[in-house]
Design a protein around this ligand. Structure first.
Ligand code: NCD
Length: 303
């Protein structure tokens, strides 16, 4: 494993190894406090981010490393017209690992071609968000102790949200999982993604959540991706299609969990936050442990 720009590039064994390492790091972070002393991580963020950038930066700091980068492309030379290729070349000359967030499909692959150091996608295009998928499966594994034989409901913007295909590809590496895909017709999972995972996942397309809510182990809610819509009116039509409220949450079985990659807009009401099913803030915290594991794996000596 040299780079991580797509969850499809890594095997089930590598995912399980990362989960194992993230668990060790979470249990005993002090042990790893100097594991990346002297190393530098560059965060090149061409799109807004709170959790991904801050948790990668926290992860690097907690491992003893340092961070350079930009969180707004307008203050980088991209504004003057510099290509991703040239920016990556420079960042790779200055750092030991690059985390890239970019709106363009395929930007992760381009970065790999021009970088001498490992590249991690911190969310690229509408399909790739591998470190999010890893922290998602880490969260599921911690709660259920397994990544097979689960019933998972993915809900919301299954078309433009990149955490959805990434999580589907991660789950498809494990056995006997059933996935409900809840969305309005306009926001259904792209056929190309469905075709890729169909052999390994039983995927059921639904619009109405209520009839299957009791069956779910995980309800994974996503934000409608306003910025990726062709026009405002089509966004307005679907933006409040689902709102998870306490009444819905209480119908879920006792051991089930509600996840969300965040940011949340209106799709989960604030009253749900205090219910035992609400896992999304813990999920975001898990991002630090998983990203520490990922950095250790890519540029550390400790495996
Ligand atoms: C996601 C993203 O950027 O893809 N955010 C994240 O990293 N947790 C989800 C989103 O923006 O809706």
């Amino acid at each position: 494993m040299k780079h991580l720009v797509s969850i499809r590039d890594i095997s089930r064994e590598e995912i399980l190894e990362l989960i194992d390492l993230a668990g060790k790091v979470e249990k005993n972070p002090e042990k790893y406090a100097h594991a990346l002393d002297g190393k530098i991580m560059a965060t090149l963020f061409y799109e807004p981010s709170t959790r991904t950038r801050l948790s990668f930066e926290t992860a690097m700091h907690r491992l003893g490393g340092r961070v350079i980068g930009f969180s707004d492309a307008k203050v980088s030379s991209a504004k003057k017209g510099e290509s991703i290729a040239d920016t990556i070349r420079m960042a790779s000359a200055y750092s030991d690992v690059i985390v890239l967030r970019h709106f363009l499909e395929g930007s992760g692959r381009v970065a790999v071609e021009y970088s001498d150091v490992p590249v991690i996608s911190g969310g690229t295009g509408i399909q790739e968000h591998p470190s999010q998928a890893l922290l998602d499966v880490y969260t599921i594994y911690k709660h259920f102790g397994r990544l097979n034989n689960l019933t998972i409901g993915l809900l919301g913007d299954l078309r433009y949200g990149r955490t959805i295909p990434s999580l589907l590809y991660a789950i498809s590496k494990f056995k006997d999982n059933k996935v409900f895909l809840f969305s309005p017709p306009e926001l259904r999972t792209r056929m190309s993604v469905l075709n890729d995972v169909r052999d390994n996942i039983e995927a059921i397309i639904r619009q109405d959540l209520k009839s299957n809510i009791e069956e779910l182990d995980v309800l994974y809610v996503t934000r409608v991706q306003k910025e990726r819509f062709p026009d405002e009116a089509s966004y307005e039509r679907v933006k409040d299609f689902y709102v998870i409220d306490p009444e819905i949450a209480r119908r879920m079985n006792k051991n089930s969990i509600i996840m969300h990659p965040l940011p949340r807009i209106n799709e989960i009401s604030y009253e749900v936050d205090s219910l035992p099913q609400a896992k999304y803030f813990e999920q975001a915290k898990n991002g630090v442990w998983m990203r520490m594991a990922l950095l250790l794996k890519l540029i550390g000596e400790t495996k």
